[in-house]
Design a protein around this ligand. Sequence first.
Ligand code: ADP
Length: 261
Amino acid sequence: MWAGVGEKIYSLDLRLVLGAFCPWESAANKIKMIVKIENVYKAYNKTPVIREMSLDIGKGERVVILGPSGCGKTTLLRMIAGLIHPDKGKLVIDGQTVADNGKCIIGPESRQVGMVFQDLALWPHMTSYKNIEFGLKVQKIPKTEIRERIDTIFEKVQMVQFRNAYPGDLSGGQQQRIALARALVTRPKILLMDEPLSSLDTDLRHVLMREILRLQEELAITMIYVTHDREEAFSLATRIVVMKEEKIQKTRTAGQIKEWL
Ligand code: ADP
């Protein structure tokens, strides 16, 4: 089981590796950028949390932001999701400027970004089905399509038999699958994950890492995953971005991760 995840560490994403070492290849491959973070600055009560950060993320990448607690990882994800906004700098998603110099230009509901939170944030009074349905209703998706999409996503996360269960009746891992389904059912361009496995035991974390990899590859979705756990980062990433003291310290492609071990 663990070998499956471990193998991913060694699977080179050739486009990214070539892009890192051969600039002409990068231009020829034309990897489409889906997120551009340009000189972003964010402070809480005048204390900087993100300082002059710039980062480009290509379509289909699995970028893991790795850094110690308090270095600003969640703040970065929340800015991409549109739940908070940078004080300075620019955020571009799929070619559209969504925030610019303190102004929110496109709100969270229109960014086509799905997020899985650390505490999962499932509504305890709603069944799995209702939890997943909520976002689709907000988007005013027709009823028949809602049913079809939910049926499909229940199969993808292997939770068909739990559609009428309440979060309180589910194990930690099962709740995690429902939170993942809720984020994916809206068909986001980008999946943001904020330490989603931190409360689970080691075995379950390994199983779910494999599931996350399978779903990401099946749906060819761009993933930005935040963690302080090196093992999670090495297992999941095509590129690791190391954050420390409000800044990016370095980035590593999948090929370079191998050398790093
Ligand atoms: P990480 O996800 O890396 O643990 P966070 O982005 O959650 O870091 O937090 C970075 C820093 O910003 C921490 O010092 C935290 O206490 C502070 N912080 C986070 N959210 C707020 C807020 N809403 N108001 C004030 N300070 C905050």
